[in-house]
Structures are given as structure tokens and as C-alpha cells.
Design a protein around this ligand. Sequence first.
Ligand code: DON
Length: 312
Amino acid sequence: MNKKISVSQIQEAAQEAYELYKNNTDGKNADYIPYLANINKNLFGISICLLNGKMIQFGDYDYKFGIESVSKVHTAILVLRQYGAHKLLEMIGADATGLPFNSIFAILLENDHPSTPLVNAGAIVACSMVQPQGNSDEKWNAIVSNITDLSGSAPQLIDELYKSESDTNFNNRSIAWLLKNYNRIYDDPTMSLDLYTRQCSLGITAGQLSVCGATIANNGNNPITKEQIFDAELSPKITSLIATVGFYEHTGDWLYTSGIPAKTGVGGGIMGVLPGLFGISAFAPPIDSAGNSVKAQLAIKHIMNKLGLNVF
Ligand code: DON
């Protein structure tokens, strides 16, 4: 994208979005994970990382919240780094399911592969693929150091969230074992599920997510550390995965109204990628019925529409 847009225009649009929506009270914290139900529902932050490393940020952009499903993007990138684009397509897939993030039905419908690393089934498979296989500690180190590379600083495990998720992840346990039944999980199912649950429980800030979005938008080069994190040719593959299923069954509506590929998490975070321009993240805990932050969606849509940017 080569539309000319000034830093002050972006700053103005982000500030306007922050002021417009900071008092919005729609949505409700995720309540199926006890830790998330108790987070302060008024938290709200916006962060934009430009490709020259300039950060534009408002509100609680430095608050560490549960990364949740946004981490599916990070681990998909790790699998792409370790296996390449073709293997990811072959072993996981790159399709939309059109169904909720934790759908078991989606696995039954498409039992030759789990569709995409950005829904629960595919994300658990991605964790099973992380190398070195068979070694939970080393796999975990690879997952965390990949997130650190992409974000420019380390995420931190929120122990209470990890416990809360592990105590309540019955549906995901079924998914892991159903994948085993179809020979579509490539390491121990219990270990793979635990890695997935742990990665969802990492604390991350909107600032860190915007840097990760910018690294994807910048062909794999982290604008803050200036390090090349992954091969430039993987960048459009990652953006295509995000564009296809980043909002699960509401992905089409999201793209139609915002024009930016983005990935959500039930912790209230959204990470968007605008190739060639910036990475963006907004965070606010109350979510809608599909598990997507109400205020973060409103804020990102406002910024995109105000700036007249649309990836399509
Ligand atoms: O698998 C789960 O239930 C969660 N730990 C992650 C779900 C999530 O963030 C869905 N996305 N909006």
C-alpha cells in the first residue's frame, strides 16, 4: 500500500477514537474463564507502531492482559519459520471454518486437516508441530522467544490466568483428543494442549501487539529492534491467514467494515496488520457474543475509516 498519510493524521484519528469510545459500556468480559471475568472492564488502550518505529499510543496501552487467541498468529509464524509455507498448508491448512473459534463440528466437517492455525484445533496442532518435538520445556522456550522476537520485548506468563484456563479447558481437551483420533496432531495431545493453554495465558500489552503487527506489515523486519525475524516472503502468507479467519465466523463483516486484516482474543486484545503502513492494536476487556472486544473493534474501525485506508 503506498497511500500518502501523515503521522499527525494517524495521531489525530487514534486520539479521536480513544475519546469517542473510552466511556462505551457495551459488551461483557469473557466469563467462561474466571480470571478474565474479574479484569477491570474500563481498561482501554490503543497503540500504533509505524514502520519507522514511531509509536502512537493512548490510554492503557502498557497494561498486560491475556494475549489469548492473538497468540495463534505468533505460533503460526513460528511454524512457518520452522517448516516453511508449504508444510503449514499441507499439515494444518489455510481455510476459514465459518464457525466459532472452539468448534468441534469444524473438525468433523473437514477431517483431512484442521483448516487453519487461527482456530483452536489448528492452533493446538501448531503447538504440536513446534520443534524440538517431544520436549515441552524447549518447545515452550521456542514459543516465548518467537513472541519476544516479534514484539521486541518478552511477554510474561500470568500464572492465575494459566491456572484458570487449565481448570476450565474441557472443550479444548476434547479437541486435542479428536485430533489424535484423526492422526492430525503431531506430538503428545496433552502436552500440545498445555502449550496452547499456556501461550493463551501470556500477558502482553497493546504496545507489544502493535509492534508484532508492524513486524508482519514490514515483511518480517521488526521496526523497533530492526531485526529480520522471518523471511519476507512469509509476510503475505501470515496476512492472508489473519484476513481469512481473524474474527472467526464474523471475519467477513469485520473486513467489510474495517478494511484491515486483524486477529482477536477473548482477553480483549485485537492486533491488526496494514501491509506497508503500520501495525495496530487496541485493547478493552468487554467482548461481544463472538468473543471480540467491542471497544477495540470500534476504535480500529474508526481509525481505518477516518484515514480512508482499506487494504482492499
Ligand atoms: O481456547 C480458548 O478458549 C482461549 N484460551 C482462547 C480463546 C480466544 O481468545 C478466542 N478468541 N477470540
